[in-house]
Design a binder for this molecule. Structure first.
Ligand code: NAP
Length: 250
């Protein structure tokens, strides 16, 4: 197997709806083993893809940076070669902007950026050492142009997105590739209770787009849905007053 059709995966943020949809999708292409790194370890392992993907949950907190290397050691003990690492950690907060206090801002920055970035640096080192593999990093369209209602979340995603693209350049030529996924609004636990934004999708759609990119051996940025790429090429550059009107309070 290869990272185009991964047999083994480590998911950072193992309860993520998007990540789980991706595992279901990849089961049809030969995925056999998944290590789910999660803050809480369930009494019984989740059954994914009708049991075709054998899951093991390992306790892990993105904020516990000192424990990141041990997670990769444990994963290698469990599955051997790690074909794919998916970073799906995320904290949204419904109004992640001016209403947030300093502790909340700090928690969001460390959860969405600092912690995952530290874990991704270990991931990149381990994948290079084993001679190849793929990294899938869940960024967001919210990071392309932060808006007034959620610029804390948006800026953490900008940081992670830049970090992941930097890793992609750093590992170029090593056999490791990086996919930076920029979904728009996805109907998942994270967005429960929120009114869907235009071009809203669901976890299965994101999973299919990532699966297709992996199969094709792609690296780089994947927009979901694809129309967001050209749309945000424009929106990233409209004047601030116009952007405030377009973004509104959502
Ligand atoms: N849904 C959207 O509209 C959307 C759009 C663009 C990008 N994204 C990104 O896609 C990724 C997956 O999101 P999702 O929609 O699948 O949401 P989700 O189901 O809420 O998944 C988020 C995951 O992050 C984990 N997490 C949060 N804080 C953590 C910490 N300190 N340590 C370890 N894990 C932690 C959660 O674990 P617990 O179960 O322990 O809370 C959960 O597994 C996120 O990075 C998100 O920012 C989502």
């Amino acid at each position: 197997m290869s990272d185009a059709a991964p047999r083994t995966v480590l998911v950072l943020g193992g309860t993520s709806d998007i990540a789980r949809a991706l595992l279901e999708h990849l089961a049809d292409e030969g995925l056999e083993r998944a290590v789910l790194a999660s803050r809480t370890v369930p009494d019984a392992e989740p059954v994914l893809a009708g049991g075709r993907v054998r899951c093991t949950t390992v306790a892990w907190d993105a904020l516990d940076v000192a424990a990141h290397a041990a997670l990769f050691d444990r994963t290698a003990e469990l599955v051997g070669r790690i074909d794919l690492v998916v970073c799906a950690v995320g904290l949204l907060g419904h109004h992640a902007g001016l209403s947030m206090g300093p502790e909340q801002v700090d928690e969001m920055v460390r959860t969405n950026f600092g912690g995952p970035a530290a874990a991704l640096s270990v991931a990149a080192e381990r994948l290079v050492a084993q001679g190849g593999g793929a990294l899938v990093v869940l960024s967001s369209v919210a990071g392309v142009r932060p808006r007034r209602s959620n610029y804390v979340y948006g800026s953490t995603k900008s940081g992670l997105d830049a970090f992941a693209r930097g890793i992609a350049d750093a590992v170029h030529g090593t056999g490791v590739r990086v996919l930076v996924v920029r979904p728009g609004f996805v109907r998942s636990s994270m967005t429960e209770g929120l009114e869907p934004a235009p071009f809203a999708t669901d976890p299965a759609t994101v999973a299919a787009a990532v699966g297709r990119a992996l199969r094709r051996g792609r690296s780089g940025v994947v927009w979901v849905p694809p129309v967001l790429g050209p749309l945000f090429a424009v929106l990233a550059n409209v004047p601030a007053a116009m952007w405030r009107r377009i973004a509104g309070d959502r």
